[in-house]
Design a protein around this ligand. Sequence first.
Ligand SMILES: NC(=O)c1ccc[n+]([C@@H]2O[C@H](COP(=O)([O-])OP(=O)(O)OC[C@H]3O[C@@H](n4cnc5c(N)ncnc54)[C@H](OP(=O)(O)O)[C@@H]3O)[C@@H](O)[C@H]2O)c1
Length: 270
Amino acid sequence: MKTKVGVIGCGNMNQAIVLGLYDKLPDSFEFITYTPSKVKAQSLAEGVNGNCASTPEDLSGCDVYLLGCKPQQFGEVAKDFSGTTSEDALVVSILAGTTVETIKQGLGVSSVIRVMPNTPALVGKGVSALYCEKGLDPLNKDLAHLILSSVGSVFELEREELMDLITPVSGSGPALVFEWTNILASFLKSGGLDEKQSLDMAIDTIIGSATLMKQNATNLSELESLRDQVTSKGGVTAVLLDTIAEEGQKELLQKALSSAKARSIELSKI
Ligand SMILES: NC(=O)c1ccc[n+]([C@@H]2O[C@H](COP(=O)([O-])OP(=O)(O)OC[C@H]3O[C@@H](n4cnc5c(N)ncnc54)[C@H](OP(=O)(O)O)[C@@H]3O)[C@@H](O)[C@H]2O)c1
């Protein structure tokens, strides 16, 4: 028998998860999608051979709900879906900042798994942090792992407040990498390389470095060794690293990460 998945909200992130899951396990799940405007729900349902719901009530009886609206839309969703989501259904929420307790109360369910995915999930290379309360049925935890591993790697967190710690890294990290790539590519372009070549070279440098790290760095000192292998005394890389160190790059990044973490905590209190 197929596991019935109710998809509440069909933005980029929920779309990536649902499409990834369907791609990996086309015969194990059936999908019913809902959004107020129906447009995204309809196209997602078509992409996974599922059904688009007309009303929230059409989603009653699902085994698992993928909750993917904006956090500020949750109040409305709770009003619309309370009573539709049966008490024993599992809710997997990707809402940034919205706590397990808020979701349990809002939807009247007892099993909630909170997840922070990231946009590389769109290409099957996501990182998802997952938190569930102790005592949650292990089968539900396995189900959440199965769903999320269809779009990348999954890291389980021991405590819910760690969500605020990881959000600036795995959640916002892609934006940081895109920003760095832009700086590298723009430097090449401003020096006379054409834009396509500049961007490809910057992106391939990041992919190559990431692959090298993945294969060779199992702790921070191995990561430092990789950096040192590129850095000869008095050479080009040494000047590059010394210049950004003199400008306080490390302190700036640490400050930015702490501010982003503080914002995540703030949002969880709204
Ligand atoms: N983007 C990221 O990098 C990222 C990373 C981690 C987590 N997240 C989390 O993922 C969630 C979704 O983000 P997103 O960027 O995908 O947002 P989005 O594109 O705005 O999508 C939100 C979806 O929720 C639907 N929705 C709104 N009100 C609803 C209601 N009352 N009932 C059911 N569905 C409703 C919207 O429907 P319509 O289509 O009709 O407007 C839309 O499909 C957020 O909570 C965010 O914190 C995002």
